[in-house]
Ligand binder design. Structure first.
Ligand code: ADE
Length: 227
């Protein structure tokens, strides 16, 4: 059983993403536990303060160290974390390889930043991994955390019905996935490639591989160069 704890000032944002489809199944099957914690529980005062002005001046608030430290320490007592991950646009770019690795871990703690981010000392002291989901800025780490949990959750052994299906996803072998078709074989004058109707598994496999290669060359040549 994998457990993922998430620290957030906007836990409402994280209710729906984990309550449907594959992640719901993972939770229902007892393969994945997700707990969202409101950082305000560890606020420094009765007003629920968790952020403050930044030293040196400049617009935007910074999340204070003490509430985060208290939260991390209190949660760590319940379960030791394999990784404490801060979602941030200046983190390492998330890719399939990283999701694969994380899906094999036991306990993860995700920290969602807001405003200008979190006090640097929390990153220095507690955070073991910093991830970005892409080169654009979101208004908070919650949606990035949802993306990360989804990418990890579907890889946990036993979560997908057809256990092999994640192996053929785009990126698992540095290739994009081939095109797919379903019924009807002819739709509005457009047909399905004959080979897929041939019933010859070897030929179909070769065709799919060729299509993957071609699609990757056309759209993402960087993947083939191993960049
Ligand atoms: N927080 C804000 N923007 C983000 C991004 N692109 N990735 C991860 N966390 C973020």
């Amino acid at each position: 059983m994998m457990t993922i704890d998430i620290l957030s000032v906007l836990p409402e944002l994280l209710e729906s993403p984990f309550s449907h489809s594959i992640l719901k199944r993972a939770r229902d099957k007892g393969l994945l536990e997700i707990r969202v914690h409101h950082l305000r529980q560890w606020a420094v005062n009765e007003y629920g303060q968790v952020d403050d002005y930044q030293y040196g001046g400049g617009a935007g608030m910074v999340m204070m160290p003490e509430p985060l430290a208290a939260a991390i320490e209190s949660l760590s007592k319940e379960r030791p974390y394999d990784e404490i991950i801060y979602l941030t646009p200046d983190g390492r770019r998330l890719e399939q390889r990283i999701a694969n690795g994380l899906s094999l871990k036991g306990n993860l703690l995700l920290i969602c930043g807001h405003y200008k981010g979190i006090d640097e000392r929390i990153r220095d002291r507690y955070v073991t991994m910093e991830l970005s989901i892409g080169d654009y800025v979101l208004s908070g780490g919650e949606l990035a955390a949802a993306v990360l949990v989804d990418a990890i959750g579907r890889l946990i052994p036993g979560v997908l019905n057809d256990e092999t299906s994640a192996l053929f996803d785009s990126f698992q072998d540095d290739l994009l996935a081939p095109p797919v078709y379903t019924r009807p074989a002819e739709w509005r004058g457009m047909t399905v490639p004959d080979i897929l109707l041939s019933g010859d598994p070897r030929k179909i496999e070769d065709w799919r591989h060729e299509q993957s290669l071609q699609r990757t060359r056309d759209r993402r040549p960087d993947l083939l160069k191993g960049e």
